[in-house]
Every structure is written in structure tokens, then in C-alpha cells.
Design a protein around this ligand. Structure first.
Ligand code: GDP
Ligand code: IMO
Ligand code: MG
Length: 443
């Protein structure tokens, strides 16, 4: 059997998304030749900030701001070609070249306007019982994929093939929207024309990404896989049904890129020093008081995609330990430590009380999880600014103690600490399997 090299690092979200994956991927991407997204779609919003630049990436990997990196959109994604082209245009306008540095899998599935309408109509019909999706058509497109009636990028780029393949799906959607939701689908001719034009523009970038990766790895290239969402939003292992419709963990990277699992060398999860969640679903450590409000304001906790206020709460070690187990984590990247500068005490959830039982695992039944009351360990706050600190020794002692306690509760080392949104507002901590991939200095 062929020996796999293990020049592959996977960065996943360890909580409910928005942990700061964009910052971490951008930061370490100079150590890689390839940066690839492997699941999700433009429900993701990954922020990259440096100097006075600010990018909110949706489908394009966060290696795009680095010269010499080839960015890949894998087969595991669902792609709205209009959103992808708009993102490409806006990056070009901001001075980021897009061309030979971006490739899209021929097997990625295509989001149609009717998928997004279906998503929105379902949410509206559910009212307060809804999932709180981003209404981008993500769930309905993965459903179509699983039903084996989907359209892939390879179909989109050939107008004749596209029209033939998409017509049955469009007419099914049109009927379903009309009969179940009293929603009018857009004009079919207009949709076809718009998508054919998108296909024409994207065609030069569409290729077999699995083959490309395999050939490059064989030649010694280094690959960074960028997860979207987070393990608590994973379709199988998250807080079902309040999840997204894809596999957010490192297993998703293998499937979503056509990459052998044995090629993966290091897995890192990004987690905030507290917790946030957008959309509905249980969140045991959620704060409904002025502390939650302060964290939201200080942390700028408003959705990158939808602008919705994010729900905020304390760090949950049960969630983090679940990520360690499912993700096989080698290291953590702990972001937004600076947001806790004013808090005292600072709490970490180490168990859930449900009725007269204390659990240290997340129950499968959502109605049980909804009843979970957090059991906390309290830590004294440091009550001073950590903003922009880039050396661990310069952190207040109580902040260092909080990080050490968190590592102990989670059972995983912190390799990278965030003290601000920009690249240089980062503390690098050697001593994990991520060492080989950390930059010597942060720029
Ligand atoms: P992603 O979806 O995981 O890439 O995360 P988002 O970009 O949606 O949300 C993370 C937010 O936190 C963004 O606004 C980042 O600029 C910001 N951010 C990331 N790391 C830090 C940090 O260490 N400190 C502060 N203050 N902000 C951070
Ligand atoms: P990044 O990659 C945070 C949430 C939605 C909703 C649920 C399902 O930026 O971390 P969907 O539109 O995917 O069907 O919505 O998942 N959600 C996210 N929350 N960050 C994200 O992405 C998310 N992508 C989806 O709010 O609760
Ligand atoms: Mg985000």
C-alpha cells in the first residue's frame, strides 16, 4: 500500500461556530501550499484582519490573502455560484487577485435560488420552533445531494447538460414551494440564463480537486483544511436538530476533499475563551444578564453573515471535551481571551445537572439537553487589559491560570492564544504537534 505523507493539518471549529477559524487559518497559511474548504457553504463567515484590512470570507478559503497559496473549494461544499462570483468580485475590488490561486471541485453541489427559498419558507412556517438557519439554502441543497437529484459544478459549466439536469429539479421545487408554502419560484428562464452565465465565468476554475490534492501531496506539498461551522453544529455529533447539514469535523475533510483519512497529520480546534451561538437550540451556559450583554458588546458578537446578535455564555468544557473526542485534537487555538478582561469571576462549565443526575457527556435527546443546568468552576478575573499581548509571560498571572485550568478541564494544550482580531494580536505557544506549522513571528 502507498505510504501517505502526513503534511495535512485540519482546523475545525470546536464550539457552535464563529470561533475565529478565519483568523487562525490566515495566520498559519504561509506554512502551506494549499488551503481548502471541505464542507458547508456561504452560511460561513470567516473574518481575516491585518493592518487596516478587513475581509469577511464566505466560500473562499482564508488562505486567499496570502501570496503563493492555492485555495481549493472541495466536493463537500454546497456552492451558490452567484455568491461565489460576488465574493470573488469583492475581493478583486479590495486588491486581492483571484485567478490561478483558486480552484473549485467539479463535484461540489450547486445551490439553486429555489433551495434558498425552500430554506426560508420552512423556517418561516416553523416560526419560533425553527432552527434559525442562515436561509442560504444549505440544508435543502444537502438534501438534494442525498436524494441523488443534485446538480454539481461539472453540470453547471456545460449549458446543455445543465439545462437537462436542472429542469426536473426546478419544476419539483416550483411545485413544492407553491403547494406547501404558497411561495412563487423565480422565472425558470431567468434562472437558467443567470446560472449559465455563472457557469461560463466559473468554468476555468472547475477541476477535480481530489486528483489535484493527491498529485500535490505526492510531490511534497502541504495542505491546510479549513472547517466551517463547528463540532456542535455537526450533522451527526452536534446538538441535532439544531445543527447545520454537513460534517464539520476532520472526518468531513477526508470526505469533502477526496483525501485519505490517513493523510491527516494534525488536527487543531479553534475555541473562544467563552461560548457563542447564533440561531436556536440548547446552550446550557448561556448568559441572559449584563455579563452576557457585555461579552456580546466587547466581543462584537454579531453574525458575520446575517448580522444577528450572537447568544453568549461561559466556556463549556463538556462541549470542548466532546470536540477533543470526536476531533482527535492535537491542540487548541483559544481566541478572544481579551474579551474577558473585565469579568470577575470567570466560569468554566465542568458538568451538567439534569434532574438528580450529573452528566459529563452531552445527551442525545435534545429535550434532555434543554434541561441541562451547568455545574461551574469559578476562577478569579484578572481585571486588566490583555488586548494585543503577544507573549504568554506578559499575560496577567490570573489569565495564565485561567488558560492552564481550561487546558486541564479540556484535556488539550493551547498552542495559540488570541488577544485581538489582527494577526499580530496572537500568542504562540510551542510544545504541541502544531509547532512545525506555526510561523516564527506573526505578521
Ligand atoms: P469564524 O467563522 O470561526 O472564522 O469566526 P468569525 O470571523 O465569524 O468570528 C470571529 C470574530 O472574532 C471576528 O470578528 C474576528 O475578527 C474576531 N476575533 C478572532 N480572534 C479574536 C481575538 O483573539 N480577539 C478578539 N477581540 N477578536 C477576535
Ligand atoms: P462559521 O463557519 C455560526 C448555524 C445557523 C443555524 C444552524 C443551521 O462562520 O463558523 P444553516 O444555514 O447552516 O442551515 O443553519 O447553523 N450556522 C452557523 N453559526 N457560524 C457559522 O459558520 C454557521 N453556519 C451555520 O445560525 O443555527
Ligand atoms: Mg463565522
Amino acid at each position: 500500500m502507498r505510504q501517505q505523507n502526513r503534511n495535512v493539518v485540519v482546523v475545525v471549529g470546536g464550539q457552535w461556530g464563529d470561533e475565529g477559524k478565519g483568523k487562525v487559518v490566515d495566520l498559519i497559511s504561509p506554512s502551506f501550499d494549499l488551503v481548502a474548504r471541505y464542507q458547508g457553504g456561504h452560511n460561513a463567515g470567516h473574518t481575516v484582519k491585518f493592518e487596516d484590512r478587513h475581509f469577511a470570507l464566505r466560500l473562499i478559503p482564508s488562505g486567499i490573502c496570502r501570496e503563493g497559496v492555492l485555495n481549493l473549494i472541495g466536493n463537500g461544499l454546497v456552492v451558490d455560484p452567484r455568491a461565489l462570483l460576488a465574493e470573488m468580485d469583492s475581493l478583486r475590488k479590495a486588491g486581492v487577485p483571484i485567478g490561478d490561486n483558486l480552484r473549485i471541485s467539479d463535484r461540489a453541489h450547486v445551490i439553486l435560488p429555489t433551495h434558498a427559498l425552500m430554506d426560508g419558507a420552512r423556517e418561516k412556517a416553523l416560526g419560533s420552533a425553527g432552527i434559525g438557519t442562515t436561509s442560504r439554502g444549505i440544508g435543502p441543497t444537502y438534501e438534494t445531494k442525498a436524494a441523488r437529484t443534485g446538480i454539481r459544478m461539472a453540470d453547471l459549466v456545460d449549458p446543455d447538460r445543465f439545462v437537462k439536469a436542472v429542469m426536473p429539479l426546478l419544476s419539483y421545487h416550483t411545485d413544492a414551494l407553491k403547494h406547501f408554502f404558497q411561495v412563487e419560484a423565480p422565472n425558470v428562464e431567468a434562472t437558467l440564463a443567470e446560472y449559465i452565465e455563472c457557469g461560463r465565468r466559473l468554468a476555468p476554475m472547475v477541476t477535480d480537486v481530489s486528483v489535484l490534492i493527491s498529485e500535490r501531496l505526492e510531490a511534497g506539498a502541504r495542505l491546510l483544511c479549513e472547517g466551517a461551522q463547528g463540532l456542535m453544529l455537526d450533522l451527526d455529533h452536534g446538538t441535532y436538530p439544531f445543527v447545520t447539514s454537513s460534517s464539520c469535523g476532520p472526518g468531513g475533510a477526508a470526505i469533502g476533499l477526496g483525501l485519505p483519512p490517513s493523510a491527516i497529520g494534525v488536527v487543531v480546534a479553534v475555541m473562544k475563551a467563552y461560548t457563542t451561538r447564533v440561531g436556536s437550540g440548547p446552550f446550557p451556559t448561556e448568559l441572559h444578564d449584563e455579563i452576557g450583554e457585555r461579552i456580546r458588546t466587547r466581543g462584537g458578537e454579531f453574525g458575520t453573515v446575517t448580522g444577528r446578535p450572537r447568544r453568549t455564555g461561559w466556556f463549556d468544557a463538556i462541549v470542548a471535551r466532546t470536540a477533543v473526542r470526536i476531533g482527535g485534537l492535537d491542540a487548541l487555538a483559544l481566541t478572544k481571551l481579551d474579551i474577558l478582561d473585565e469579568e470577575d469571576p470567570i466560569r468554566i462549565c465542568v458538568g451538567y445537572r439534569i434532574g438528580d443526575r450529573t452528566l459529563t457527556e452531552i445527551p442525545a435527546r435534545i429535550d434532555h439537553y434543554e434541561q441541562a443546568c451547568p455545574v461551574y468552576r469559578d476562577f478569579p478575573g484578572w481585571k486588566s487589559s490583555t488586548a494585543g499581548i503577544s507573549e504568554f509571560e506578559r499575560l496577567p498571572e490570573k489569565a495564565r491560570q485561567y488558560v492552564a485550568a481550561l487546558e486541564e478541564e479540556v484535556g488539550c494544550r493551547v498552542a495559540l492564544l488570541g488577544t485581538g482580531a489582527k494577526r499580530h494580536e496572537t500568542i504562540l505557544r510551542p510544545g504541541t504537534r502544531l509547532d512545525a506549522w506555526l510561523p516564527a513571528t506573526v505578521r
